[in-house]
Write a protein that binds this ligand. Structure first.
Ligand code: GLN
Length: 304
């Protein structure tokens, strides 16, 4: 404590309480959690520390920074943008308005891609090209690059992360660099799989969390949707415009025995299956359910 930053009589615990009250009044869906995260943020401590140190003093500068953050949260700004990072899949990823905030449900997308990549690594010595299409913050690419660091370094796997937004790719580059895996991932500005052939080999495994929110829901702007880039969310009238566009590219772009894993929203599985049924050739389509019981991942592959 210095003379410039005197204690003004507020403890961390009292600050959490007051912030939670303010956020409850502002109809935040998770006032107590938000308050703990924001108080922890101005103290540069995590929630566990905060719970054990409720009497810790909040210096005047921290209290005034907190007041600003609480007001921004009360106006709806996502905590991940206020803190500038989000914990996801055991990682701490930088988050800002350049890209979608990583969601818990997308951890499943990593799990299915890891399982299939692992299976292929064990099956033979062929190079495996994996594409994270619409990488956004780079979350999925960072998780895959860390999991397969050795195979990537040995040239067994080629990992591409693409996005149509150069701003998002910049954020992805920062996240990859912060985990020391930037040299293991090829970043590309590409509309879906458009740069396949020109700049990259046909993917054996496509992983994609594309925008799939119906336009009217983005317009309604519940929760973080009003703050995140529309281009990362808006999938048109039924949410599936971009997913369908990617599907139509698969016959030309996916390797012969390739697989595509697409994250989808609640209630979209039947429409995606119908779209797969319209692809030229013979395709199989299966659905994986997430921990909440929602149909979440569509797996698409050719039937040999
Ligand atoms: N799961 C996100 C949501 O419902 C949507 C993310 C996306 O469009 N890929 O907010």
């Amino acid at each position: 404590m210095t003379a410039e930053a005197p204690v003004v009589g507020v403890s961390a615990g009292a600050a959490v309480h007051a912030a939670a009250e303010r956020l409850r009044a502002a109809k935040s869906p998770s006032p107590r959690l938000d308050a703990e995260l924001l108080v922890g943020h101005v103290l540069d401590r995590d929630r566990a520390w905060l719970l054990a140190h409720e009497d810790a003093p909040l210096a005047a500068d921290a209290a005034s920074r907190l007041a600003g953050l609480v007001e921004r949260r009360a106006a709806g700004e996502p905590v991940a943008y206020l803190r500038g990072f989000k914990e996801w899949y055991g990682l701490t990823l930088r988050t800002d308005r350049r890209a979608l905030i990583p969601r818990p449900e997308t951890e499943l997308l990593v799990d299915v891609a890891v399982a299939e990549t692992t299976r292929r690594l064990a099956a033979d010595d062929r190079l495996i090209t994996v594409w994270d299409v619409g990488t956004g913050s780079g979350a999925v690419a960072v998780a895959l690059a860390r999991r397969f660091r050795t195979a990537l370094a040995l040239g067994r796997i080629h990992l591409v992360a693409s996005d149509v937004s150069p701003d998002a790719l910049e954020l992805a580059a920062e996240n990859l660099a912060s985990y020391g895996v930037d040299r293991l991932v090829a970043l590309q500005v590409s509309d879906l799989l458009d740069s396949v052939g020109a700049e990259a080999a046909p993917p054996d495994i496509v992983v994609a969390n594309l925008p799939y929110v119906p336009q009217r829901d983005v317009d309604a702007g519940a929760g973080s949707l009003a703050w995140e880039p529309r281009a990362a969310l808006d999938g048109g009238p039924d949410g599936l415009d971009i997913v369908r566009r990617l599907l139509t590219r698969l016959p030309d772009r996916l390797a012969a025995d390739g697989l595509a894993y697409l994250e989808i929203g609640v209630g979209q599985a039947a429409a995606v299956e119908a779209a797969v049924g319209l692809l030229p050739g013979s395709w199989s389509c299966s659905i994986t359910t997430d921990l909440a019981g929602h149909e979440r991942i569509v797996t698409v592959s050719r039937i040999p």
